[in-house]
Write a protein that binds this ligand. Sequence first.
Ligand code: ADP
Length: 348
Amino acid sequence: MIILKNISKIYRSKTQVVQALDGVDLSVNEGEIFGIIGTSGAGKSTLLHSVNLLEAPSHGQVIVADQNLTMMSKKDLRLARHHIGMIFQHFNLLASKTVYQNVALPLKLLGKRQSEIKSKVQPLLEIVGLTEKQANYPRQLSGGQKQRVAIARALACDPQVLLCDEATSSLDPKTTRTILELLKKINQQLILTILLITHELSVIKKICDRVAVLDQGKIVESGDIIDLFTKPRSNITKQLIHAHLRHELPQDVMQRLSPQAGEDRNPVMQIRFMGTTTAEPINYRLAVNMAIDINILQANIEFIKTEAVGMMVIELLCKPDKLSLALAYFTKQQVDVEILGYAKHTIH
Ligand code: ADP
């Protein structure tokens, strides 16, 4: 549904030249929810805005629904853009218009008749759960409700593709969850292809089918969301997963953790495995066969889409020379393991 071929973007000003995108190839299938993740400045916004040519690439081709947008006249591009909806972090609603009028706006701009507009807008307000609020103004709505209006407006012209530009980044976690659920619902009900950018792994984890990791304008890794979590390959992906996890690590562990190994420090590692039943035997065998005691710092089952992926952070209570033994054991068991750092011994 979306094909980006060798996209590069160079921003030039009098004082500097910035290469925001560097040879990006991407293919998003019809009906898929595809996420692009990266740290700030990675090129995510530039990439997303290339898809509807809000930001024209310096090089490369953009093909959406079998139409090559980069080859189109301005007039044809204007028409094609009606079928690419977009929502933003700050909603971009018109403050002087009601909920109904905001959603109706794209249809009004297309010169549709009032009756036609009404028959389109009412069901959309229903889908996003705002029928009751249609006469309200944006200032009378919560952040989540504003984003619902923006979603309904983006759907007004029956898009085949919805672009989401950090759409939940200014919402609290609970509202984020409800907006992501709504996006999933419209993805399924309308067979709508969704391309989203975010700096939050939690967003990707919740709804994406596939994901690409962007770093310094290049895609460094892409694939199925479960593989990304269980077998991250690039350093940036590992960092993103660690940042996501560390967020949840207890404060006292964070304080004891250092990147350097040492005689007075225990290795702390994250182990990842599919399913829910593997963790206990692994830890048991490590303790019994290798005489390595384990302190479980964190254990949870992450649900990535519908798949259960076990993640555990453990501290090995052993001298550094036993670490390689433990690592060899994990490799043999096909358990993905990553050292997060070394924690100072606690004084008992
Ligand atoms: P992200 O969305 O991942 O934070 P952006 O796409 O906004 O990244 O930016 C990628 C790079 O391009 C950054 O170095 C940014 O400073 C630069 N950039 C973005 N927009 C412009 C612009 N209009 N003019 C000049 N540089 C820009």
